[in-house]
Design a protein around this ligand. Structure first.
Ligand SMILES: N[C@@H](CCC(=O)N[C@@H](CS)C(=O)NCC(=O)O)C(=O)O
Length: 325
């Protein structure tokens, strides 16, 4: 589909870092919303979600879709974790177990969707992608906004009990926004800044604040089930996707190895296992094969031989006896 050479946009090994060796994430470019009377009104089976199970940002949207019971409302397509020179491939190009073909256009790669939506697009070809099947374009490719869309946009059309679930409640918004800000910078994006750094000072400038932030989260979770208030909020969802990848990937691949979650953070470890083992929206959207394969295979500048390590064994520890988490 692409007539111009876009490999500088799709090939992660050609991604540039800053002059000081630090990694800066580019902002997402499609930022529309779904709303009554807008360009993208809420409608059953009108929208489609393209994701990778490997990607923490995409996994946020999968978790929210499950929690809000939007499975019948909005279909999903999962790409292969083998993100190569053309970016994320569909199963037609790379039939990794669990990967799927593009049911809408038979695309070979996620980049084909971006170029269909906008042939002049000059950003990275990232997942998640929220797609409008009517206008054949991208509604939004920014996970933090897609989860807010899922939280409210379809409420009029879904069962009452699901519509009533609010993961960004008005009375907690201020606190959620505050926590999201530093969790994003130091933890969600902090692991990438640590892993993609190409100088020791840039690495240290990311990894130390990352562990300070984990220490802070550990304190916040003392004697508590959820991060904010006494209910599950988007702050838990946004943190979970990074923590569940921490011991299996970030400790080794991204050199975030000052401590592990299982060895060094008992409160975060208990919170993680509770979400994974007691709420299916978390376990059913977490695929350790896709996760580990993606990072260790795709980032050849960090892991040139593409060996995917066996451990940790197990990828996530069991829940344990009640009261003895
Ligand atoms: N800010 C975006 C980030 C999405 C993102 O960076 N996704 C990664 C996968 S974890 C991706 O698709 N990267 C492809 C690339 O950069 O070429 C969001 O939160 O949705």
């Amino acid at each position: 589909m692409a007539s111009r050479d876009v490999t500088h946009q799709s090939d992660i090994s050609k991604m540039k870092v800053e002059a000081d060796g630090s990694f800066k994430r580019a902002a997402s470019q499609f930022r529309n919303t779904i709303e009554e009377g807008g360009q993208f009104p809420p409608e059953k089976d009108r929208y489609h979600l393209y994701v990778s199970y490997a990607c923490p940002w995409a996994s946020r949207t999968l978790i929210m879709r499950k929690l809000k019971g939007l499975e019948d409302f909005l279909n999903v397509t999962v790409v292969s974790p083998h993100m190569g020179t053309d970016g994320w491939p569909f199963a037609s190009v790379d039939s990794f177990p669990g990967a799927e073909e593009d049911p809408l256009y038979g695309s070979q790669h996620v980049k084909d969707l971006y170029l269909r939506a906008d042939p002049t697009y000059n950003g990275r070809f990232t997942v998640p992608v929220l797609w409008d099947k009517k206008q054949h374009t991208i509604v939004n490719n920014e996970s933090s906004e897609i989860i807010r869309i899922f939280n409210t946009a379809f409420n009029k059309y879904i069962p009452e009990d699901k519509a009533a679930l609010d993961f960004y409640p008005t009375e907690l918004r201020k606190e959620i926004d505050e926590v999201n800000e530093w969790v994003y910078d130091r933890i969600n994006n902090g692991v990438y800044k640590s892993g993609f750094a190409t100088t020791f000072p840039a690495y240290r400038a990311a990894v130390l604040p990352l562990f300070e932030a984990l220490d802070r989260v550990e304190g916040m979770l003392a004697g508590k089930t959820y991060l904010i208030g006494d209910r599950l909020t988007e702050a838990d969802i946004r943190l979970y996707v990074t923590i569940v990848r921490f011991d299996p990937v970030y400790v080794g691949h991204f050199k975030c190895n000052i401590r592990t979650i299982r060895g060094g953070y008992p409160n975060i470890h208990a919170w993680l296992r509770r979400l994974y083992w007691t709420n299916n929206a978390f376990q059913s959207t977490t695929d350790f094969e896709h996760i580990k394969t993606h990072y260790y295979w795709a980032h050849t500048t960090i892991n040139p031989h593409r060996i995917v390590p066996i451990g940790p064994v197990p990828h996530i520890e069991p829940l344990g006896e009640p009261g003895r988490l």
